[in-house]
Ligand binder design. Sequence first.
Ligand SMILES: Cc1ncc(COP(=O)(O)O)c(C=O)c1O
Length: 414
Amino acid sequence: MSIHEFPSSHARRVKPFWTLDPSIVYLNHGSFGACPRVVLEAQSRLRERMESEPVRFFIREFESLQDQAAAALAQLIGANPNDIASVPNATAGVNTVLRSLHFAPGDEVITTNHAYNACRNALDFAAVSAGARVIVAQVPFPIASPDEVVEAVLSQTSPRTRLVLVDHITSQTGLIFPVERLVAELDRRGIDTLVDGAHAPGMVPLNLDKLGAAYYTGNCHKWMCAPKGAAFLHVRPDRQGLIRPLSISHGANSPRKDRSRFQLEFGWTGTSDPTPFLVLPESIQFLSSLLPGGKKELAEHNRMMALAGRHMLCEALECEPPAPESMIGSLAAIPLPDAKEQTPSSPLLLDVLQDHLFFKNNIEVPVIPFPAPPRRLLRISAQIYNDADDYRALTQALRAYLTQTLSSSILSDR
Ligand SMILES: Cc1ncc(COP(=O)(O)O)c(C=O)c1O
């Protein structure tokens, strides 16, 4: 099968596994994931257990449930469970590291122009309040090769560089960045890397022990289909002494000797609903059950669908694919003609086209200003509940909209 053909569809069979609104063409799994029924049911059962006797649950049972979830997650991400902290989301994971490192005046921290806005804000906050400087490496988009990422970042390093914050899979542009090469090259220069892997778990294979990044945070509520609020922070053992949770709690002065201080501090950060993390074994089991080849086949299937969807849209828009296939997982971004309408002034506001596709065509797909308005990208997601018809519907709706609002010369006649 050509990489531009849609893989055979499983959508009809698997769609009922999710609670997604059947009237919506859902092409935005990337933003918030989508949690399947079976996992939500497991979470409800766990919540009932928690509320049936909260003291028994939190004092007597919670730690071993947390250990089981961490062990299942550790296997998926190639890590030692003792090096994993449960955090509510990748934003918290990034903030935890940045707020722990205490930059000094004159320090330099590097990120890229593809960084996620919330995490870029966290970096600016931590750096500016310490008198450190944020350097933004310019990674081109369209991009010809992962080498361009490595060159852009490494060219900004200096003896003052304290940390590099880099996305594993970029949010706006949906690119897999070559984090293995970056971490190794930066390590050689004595520079630590904080990898923002918000989209990576469940989308690309992970082996965090082998990667060797000082810090890696990832969401489980996106491509692992866990409930919202399940994420992790992985800290290399030699850096665990530096990293403190955002909430200092009982672990700080616990006399226990059976766990590391890192585990004690992150294992309890105050009362909250821990069930999203605790049902990770069910999420992983669900992902494994969808196709005969398990999680690996699922990721490959989704990637083929993202590439085929991208091809269809690029043909309709008469544009070249903006990135090599090797940099694509289950997300793909395609440049759109510049916005003629008012463009959003904040990432939380939606582009007029995104609203149009939703309200007129029942299609949920993000339109993202990048690198800055009026330039913008359309970012498709591919999850096994999608099929070729979803991307066809999007292509037709887009063509109709652009014909109506912009010069039709950029569109093909098909
Ligand atoms: C690269 C990246 N980092 C961080 C985040 C933030 O994730 P969360 O809102 O779960 O913290 C996202 C969300 O899409 C993202 O794409």
